[in-house]
Write a protein that binds this ligand. Structure first.
Ligand SMILES: [Zn+2]
Length: 115
């Protein structure tokens, strides 16, 4: 199973989108304890917080928080899970333009209300 990620950068902050992919099997797809996430990801090397790329994880609900343990193989059919960044986009400019537009529109509507 291969999952292709697009890494989006906005002013140095990274976020990820994944391209459509096919699950290796329905057991994997329908399992409620497996998530595709990069929040609170743990491995034998420690906790990555939110800095890691998203992975398939089995989550474990402890009293204070949810721990996500990432898996490299499907626990049901044994297929290897490969997650990789195939594209990087810096969308800071687009984001900035949208922000300027938003400010412009807000000012404009303010003027109209003022009349
Ligand atoms: Zn599978």
């Amino acid at each position: 199973m291969k999952i292709d990620l697009v890494e989006l950068k906005i002013n140095g902050e990274k976020s990820y989108k994944y391209k459509p992919f096919k699950y290796c099997c329905t057991k994997m797809r329908d399992n409620p304890y497996i998530d595709f996430t990069n929040e609170n990801v743990s491995s034998e090397n420690g906790n990555f917080g939110g800095s890691h790329i998203p992975q398939f994880c089995v989550w474990e609900d402890t009293f204070e928080r949810v721990d996500n343990f990432f898996i490299n193989f499907c626990p049901f059919c044994g297929e290897k899970i490969e997650v990789s960044v195939v594209e990087e986009k810096d969308i800071s400019d687009t984001y900035k333009k949208l922000e300027e537009k938003r400010i412009f529109l807000r000012k404009k509507s303010g003027i109209l209300i003022g009349k």
